[in-house]
Ligand binder design. Structure first.
Ligand code: HEC
Length: 200
């Protein structure tokens, strides 16, 4: 009995040591198995501060989350002349539906889709929508278009981690997935009263 108790910490130490050894092996394998091709360069494998913190087995503590979110918020590019929603909702619909882009044959950053429907319901008539994110049906109709909500939505589209450091939502503007013009079109899709998102 005594012996087993003594051995337990040793076994724990060995498994921790093995795990870190495995991590290094996996990192090495990832590095050597991928080749850069076109715009798909190997920097995609490098995690930034927020990705590292959110890939750990436990969520960062509240103070760390707050610090990471403030740093992410500082990366948001706010629109010229406060033009948040003056885009074209029809263009926005195409961007929200399309999930393609960022492959090695693509040019970037002006021909990518936002892939919003992979995670969100938007137009209530669209039957195929993901549920990883909350439903955005009726977004502008329900939320209104106060400066506060419009600004928050722009910030969320530009860099979702500014409001939830460990968000699963892609950082569209920050990650050069969507351009400022494309984000304005998606904003129109969410807020324009003529957009199907706001029809019942
Ligand atoms: C991989 C999944 C994923 C994709 C793709 C995605 N989102 Fe999200 N989104 C989320 C999740 C999850 C949340 C919930 C909050 C959080 O954790 O960030 C969210 C939150 C939001 C919110 C805030 C909702 C609220 O009630 O405050 C908006 C607006 C939004 N997403 C819009 C979009 C738009 C527009 C697109 C496409 C350009 C998009 N999202 C693409 C996962 C996604």
């Amino acid at each position: 009995m005594k012996k087993a108790l003594l051995l337990a910490p040793l076994a724990l130490f060995a498994s921790v040591a093995m795990a870190s050894d495995l991590d290094a092996k996996v990192a090495e394998m990832m590095k050597s198995s991928f080749k850069a091709n076109g715009i798909a360069s190997l920097d995609r494998q490098v995690q930034d501060e927020v990705q590292k913190a959110c890939s750990s087995p436990t969520q960062p503590d509240a103070a760390t989350m707050k610090r990471l979110e403030e740093a992410q918020l500082a990366t948001v590019k706010w629109p010229e002349a406060g033009n948040y929603t003056g885009g074209d909702w029809q263009e926005g619909a195409r961007i929200a539906i399309s999930g393609r882009g960022l492959t090695w044959t693509d040019k970037t950053p002006d021909n990518n889709g936002g892939g919003c429907y992979n995670c969100h319901a938007m137009d209530p008539k669209e039957v195929s929508a993901g549920t990883i994110g909350p439903s955005l049906e009726g977004y502008g109709r329900i939320r209104g278009n106060s400066e506060e909500i419009v600004k928050y939505t722009w910030g969320k589209l530009w860099n979702a981690k500014a409001y939830n450091a460990c968000s699963d939502m892609p950082r569209n503007g920050f990650g050069k997935i969507l351009t400022e013009t494309q984000i304005r079109h998606v904003m129109a899709y969410l807020f324009d009263p003529a957009s199907p998102v706001n029809k019942q």
